[in-house]
Design a protein around this ligand. Structure first.
Ligand code: G16
Length: 544
């Protein structure tokens, strides 16, 4: 079959956001839209020609079709070998694992993460580099620049690849290897965690758990690892079948969207442990009986207890968290005497620190936790880490977290999201805050005094690259903070995120309800940003 050169013209707005290019399916279905972006990857990532490309997605609507197109384009662009997940399925962390294990030159992952799927919903595409992680901004900028001048793409006119048959096939001169999407990832998990101890926890009577795969990509991974290898009761994994529309749900593991799971952990007969993962398997939510572990606390607890898991028994080199993530992990790093980094939102900012061995663990408030084992955040990894802790400590989730707070103090934390806000109004709200910044330090807002106020800017300590305008930080004496950011992952209007945090060292005050403990700061945040006046919203759409 021949490679055809197809003439095209650029589309506006193919700029990758926080994590790849995310748009409505209908946008991607326009003739040449997907092809232009993919060709921009091949035109700028020269190592792919003659090299190995990993390809897979979260199984959402349009996944299979996009994979066939990308395979035909890869062949036409001279890729020597494509490693594809069976059925077109690869979770984001599994794709990262496979890129690293097979020393591929890069990977294309198809996902809009936790955003809903279906013909009228969202689709996404991201490029991961040879280290296995999301492309850094230098790469995404180069891809974006190329999309602005693209005038042709290359595509083979060969027929479809059988995505369901594990094994080798040829597509023109390119070898296509369809892989079991779970095997390599599961083997890596066995190296990191004490599977015997977790097996005993599951089979010594009394321990009850549920994992909600939310009809997204982690279903097959969770069934294989939790039920088949670790001996959890069949049915432990709920909503385990990946569906193109995630069963009509919103595959976002938080208290709102994983409400069925949350309900199972409530009350005297509630489960001991509940966990969920998102569309592409990189996010996680951890629940105990009647207890929600904030992602920020989860990172801090894992950092403090990492030595209990075999893969981390030597201790950790350092920790990093995204700027809006609570400062709980900083206190752990300080006590362990290891480095702690504050990076902009986006997993890509952890890559250099992981590659350089400066950090072992990293995490984000947006339900992401991970380590140097791959270069993506990893939902099931976090769940297994918690199970390993529970198996070793034989304490409940709540006891482990409360003990952590007693030792380090508690960072009360919440995020308020205002979704689908008019984009211009949201931009003006941020501009208004920027104007206020110089006058804030020293001012009293409510009962607190502002210590610093800035528009967060980050200089990567490894390559010196800088990222500016990464969110407004207002820090108060005593460690409280308010952070304002606009999301970089939405596909409609703007999403304003307000992150609120208060440090409380006194254990006698650790049991207050979170929203109550933060109420004065919440009022301060709303007033400072003039949220209601500027957006027309009295209350946030989602509180986590
Ligand atoms: C992505 C990024 C994360 C980021 C999150 C939220 O996660 O990989 O690093 O924290 O989006 O970003 P934003 O606040 O800009 O919406 P995912 O799971 O959507 O790929």
């Amino acid at each position: 079959m021949a490679a055809t050169q197809v003439s095209t013209t650029p589309f506006d707005g193919q700029k990758p956001g926080t994590s790849g290019l995310r748009k409505k399916v209908k946008t991607f279905q326009q003739p040449h839209y997907l092809e232009n972006f993919v060709q921009a990857i091949f035109d700028t990532q020269r190592g792919l020609a003659g090299g190995t490309l990993v390809l897979g997605g979260d199984g959402r609507f349009y996944n299979r079709e996009a994979i066939q197109t990308i395979l035909r384009m890869a062949a036409a662009n001279g890729v020597a070998r494509a490693l594809v997940g069976q059925g077109g399925i690869l979770s984001t962390p599994a794709a990262s694992c496979i890129i690293r294990k097979y020393q591929a030159q890069g990977g294309i992952i198809l996902s809009a993460s936790h955003n809903p799927g279906g013909p009228d919903e969202d689709f996404g595409i991201k490029f991961n580099i040879d280290a296995g992680g999301p492309a850094p901004e230098s790469v995404t900028n180069a891809i974006f620049e190329r999309t602005a001048s693209i005038d042709r793409y290359l595509i083979s006119d060969a027929g479809a690849v059988d995505l369901d048959a594990v094994g080798e096939q040829a597509l023109d001169n390119m070898q296509v290897q369809v892989l079991d999407p779970v095997a390599d990832y599961a083997a890596l998990m066995e190296e990191l965690f004490d599977f015997n101890a977790i097996h005993q926890l599951f089979n010594s009577g009394g321990f009850r758990m549920c994992f909600d795969a939310m009809h997204a990509v982690t279903g097959p991974y969770a069934v294989e690892i939790l039920e088949n290898r670790l001996g959890a009761e069949p049915g432990t994994v709920m909503n385990g079948k990946p569906l193109e529309d995630f069963g009509g749900g919103h595959p976002d593991p938080n208290l709102l969207h994983a409400h069925d799971l949350v309900a199972l952990t409530q009350g005297a007969a509630g489960l001991d442990f509940g966990a969920a993962s998102d569309g592409d398997g990189d996010r996680n939510m951890i629940l105990g009986q009647g207890f929600f572990v904030t992602p920020s606390d989860s990172l801090a607890v894992l950092a403090a207890n990492a030595h209990l898991a075999p893969g981390y028994k030597q201790g950790i080199a350092g920790v990093a968290r995204s700027m809006p993530t609570s400062q709980a992990a900083d206190r752990v790093a300080e006590e362990l005497g290891v480095e702690c980094f504050e990076t902009p939102t986006g997993w890509k900012f952890f890559g250099n620190l992981l590659d350089a061995g400066r950090i072992t663990l990293c995490g984000e408030e947006s339900f992401g936790t991970g380590s140097a084992h791959v270069r993506e955040k990893d939902g099931l990894w976090a769940v297994l880490f918690w199970l390993n802790l529970l198996a070793v400590k034989r304490h409940s989730v709540a006891e482990i977290v409360r003990e952590h707070w007693r030792r380090f103090g508690r960072n009360f934390y919440t995020r308020h999201d205002y979704e689908g806000v008019d984009a211009a109004a949201a931009g003006e709200l941020m501009d208004h805050l920027r104007i206020l910044l110089p006058d804030l330090p020293g001012k009293r807002l409510g009962a607190l005094t502002v210590e610093y106020a800035d528009d967060f800017s980050y200089t990567d300590p490894i390559d010196g690259s800088t990222a500016a305008h990464q969110g407004i930080r207002v820090g108060f004496a005593g460690g409280s903070r308010i952070v304002f950011r606009l999301s970089g992952t939405g596909t409609q209007g703007a999403t304003l995120r307000v992150y609120i945090e208060r440090y409380e060292p006194d254990p006698a005050l650790h049991d207050q309800p979170v929203q109550e403990a933060l109420a004065p700061l919440i009022v301060t945040a709303r007033e400072l940003a003039q949220i209601e006046a500027r957006t027309g919203r009295r209350e946030p759409d989602v509180i986590t």
